[in-house]
Structure formats: structure tokens, C-alpha cells
Design a protein around this ligand. Structure first.
Ligand code: TUI
Length: 314
């Protein structure tokens, strides 16, 4: 299946796997790339050596294109920038900030920057820096989010920009993909659905929590600190809500979040840890191989589009 996004990235299907910190490590990334999508390493919590090691592991497992996500608030961000340059990583996605300062330097070195943004304003600025595509992320997503839903963000982004738009946030199956393509997107980025894959190395309790979740199982915390984060509701999010209701100072709230994602992902502590996941969690009811996830999304996308064409008859 061909769109401007598949051509630009050299992939078979316009499906990117979200570069989730602590979650998107080499086995998941290589599986997605091998299945014809774009696997993306989540550099977020990795130091320089861990990132280099993950890049090497991906390269031993696949010859297909892959990417690295740089979380711009990471304490290791400067080292990570050096590693992606040294390793000549073909594609870098960025999140949680403005990557303007990186685009030109990366481009001269043959690295394509694909920013993840949550507003049209930042997207327009980045287009002036010469980006070739962009990921528009709605607030249905897990983790750090913006304010606008995918449904409203994507068409506004498509109308404002001349470059192809990749939609993210709330997409977990082929119907979701068809919906954002109807809005003008030419690719999708999928996170939560790939967490519940056999190849994803997160603790089994993390996957189980998503499988057991329903439509109202997620909550946004950290609104008062300026870093809103969507997670599955648990003991930790209730503590956050209590602190925020009592207008406890920002430092104390941020301290409560420290190390919590690692605790959920690595130790499987899904009560005291931060179980970042999107609003589509309630739709996900199984754990299956990455190749099946991609095959099923494409099959359902095509069926959905065929079904919709019936409405075209007089
Ligand atoms: O980055 C994400 N999702 C993330 S990062 C993350 S790790 C983390 N943990 C705790 C607190 C904060 C982060 C977990 N999930 N998605 C991409 C994304 N980027 N969503 C929203 C944004 C964004 C927000 C503001 C992008 C740009 C931006 O611009 C600010 C500016 O400087 O204009």
C-alpha cells in the first residue's frame, strides 16, 4: 500500500510504531520494521550506551528502515543526539518539545527529522525549517499529551500544511486508520496496540492491565505542572489527583512521578507505577504477534474503506 509516507520512509505499510520510552526496545522495533512498518526505538530513558546497544541490536535483526524517538526532556538528550549522528540512524522522531535546532544538522547528515506535535502553530514553524513529514498527535494518546483530539487536530493540520501528515492518538485498528485517512492523514502512528504484542518486552502485568481496561480506564494527571500525562487509573494516579486537588507545589508533584514509568514497565508494579497508555486501551483485548497486528490493521482498513464506498451509490 502506497502513500507519500511509505515512499518517503521506504516502508511497505504507512504504520509507524510509537517510540515509547522504556517500552520500544530492539525486539519490538525490529519486529515492526520486518513486518513492513516503521519500528522506532524509544530513547527516552536510555543512556548513550543503552541507545547504541539497541541500535546495534535492531541492525542485527533487520535490514529495513527504522527510527529513534528522542524525548526532548530526557536527561540524556545531548548524548542521545550524538549517538544518532554517529550511528547514522536514518529517521529520528522527536517528542515533548520543539526540535527546530536539530533539523538542519540532522538533514546535512542524511537523518530525516519527523517531529511529533500537538498543535498547528508549532507544525507551521517546523515546516519552515524544512521537515518533510510530521506526526500530529491527539490527546487520546498515552504518555505526555497536548490538548486537542485527533479528530480535530488532523484535519486542521492537513489543511495548514503542504507536507503529508501522520496521525497519532486513539488509533488501534483498521477502522481508526480509515478514520484518520478520511481526515486527510497519509500514515498512522500506533503505540498502545503494539505494547500488547508478543515481541514487546514490557512486564506481562503491564500488558494485562491494558487488556483488562475499558473506555474510561485512563486519566490525565500532571495538568497543573504543565506536563499532562495520560495513564491507566491506579493507586499512583489517585495520589496525583489528591496532591493536585490540594494544590501542592509543582516540585512535589513532579517528584511523585520520578522513576514510575520504569517501575511499571520493568517491575510490573501496575498500582504504584505509571502505566502510560492511550484511550484506545479499552479496545485492545488480546496479545498477539506484531506481524498479525499489522496484517489485521491493513485488512480491516481495506474492508472499512470498501464498506464506506457503498454510501456513494445514488
Ligand atoms: O512525547 C510524547 N509522549 C511521551 S514523552 C513521555 S516521557 C515523559 N514522562 C513524564 C513527563 C513528561 C514526559 C511519555 N510520553 N509525545 C509527543 C508529544 N509531544 N506530545 C505532545 C508533545 C509536545 C508538547 C509540546 C510537542 C511539542 C511541544 O512544544 C512545546 C514548545 O516548545 O513549543
Amino acid at each position: 500500500m502506497e502513500t507519500r509516507v511509505t515512499k518517503l520512509l521506504g516502508i511497505d505499510y504507512p504504520i509507524l510504531q510509537g517510540g515509547m520510552a522504556w517500552v520500544s526496545t530492539a525486539p519490538l522495533v525490529a519486529a515492526v520494521s520486518n513486518a513492513g512498518g516503521l519500528g522506532i526505538i524509544g530513547a527516552g530513558g536510555m543512556d548513550a550506551n543503552q541507545l547504541r546497544e539497541n541500535i546495534h541490536q535492531v541492525r542485527t535483526k533487520t535490514k529495513k528502515p527504522f527510527g529513534v524517538n528522542l524525548m526532548l526532556l530526557s536527561p540524556y538528550i545531548n548524548d542521545q543526539i550524538e549517538i544518532v549522528k554517529e550511528e547514522q540512524v536514518p529517521i529520528v522522531t522527536t517528542g515533548a518539545g520543539n526540535p527546530s535546532r536539530l533539523i538542519d544538522d540532522f538533514s546535512k547528515r542524511g537523518i530525516m527529522t519527523i517531529p511529533v506535535v500537538a498543535s498547528v502553530q508549532l507544525a507551521k514553524r517546523l515546516v519552515r525549517h524544512g521537515i518533510q513529514t510530521i506526526i500530529a498527535e491527539g490527546m487520546e494518546s498515552g504518555g505526555h499529551i497536548g490538548e486537542i483530539t485527533t479528530m480535530c487536530l488532523v484535519p486542521q493540520m492537513v489543511d495548514a500544511l503542504d507536507i503529508p501528515v501522520i496521525a497519532a492518538g486513539g488509533i488501534g485498528d483498521g477502522r481508526g486508520m480509515a478514520a484518520v485517512f478520511a481526515l486527510g492523514a497519509e500514515g498512522v502512528q500506533v503505540g498502545t496496540r503494539f505494547v500488547c504484542s508478543n515481541e514487546c518486552s514490557v512486564h506481562p502485568f503491564y500488558k494485562e492491565a491494558i487488556v483488562n481496561s475499558q473506555d474510561r480506564s485512563t486519566v490525565i494527571t500532571g495538568m497543573s505542572t504543565g506536563h499532562p500525562v495520560r495513564c491507566l487509573k491506579n493507586k499512583l494516579t489517585r495520589k496525583f489527583e489528591e496532591l493536585e486537588a490540594h494544590q501542592v507545589n509543582r516540585e512535589e508533584i513532579e517528584a511523585l512521578g520520578s522513576g514510575r514509568l520504569r517501575r511499571a514497565v520493568c517491575e510490573g508494579d501496575v498500582e504504584e507505577g505509571s502505566v502510560m497508555a492511550g484511550q484506545i486501551s479499552g479496545l485492545i483485548d488480546d496479545i498477539k504477534p506484531v506481524s498479525e497486528i499489522i496484517k489485521d490493521i491493513i485488512y480491516e482498513f481495506q474492508n472499512t474503506v470498501a464498506r464506506l464506498t457503498f454510501f456513494n451509490k445514488e
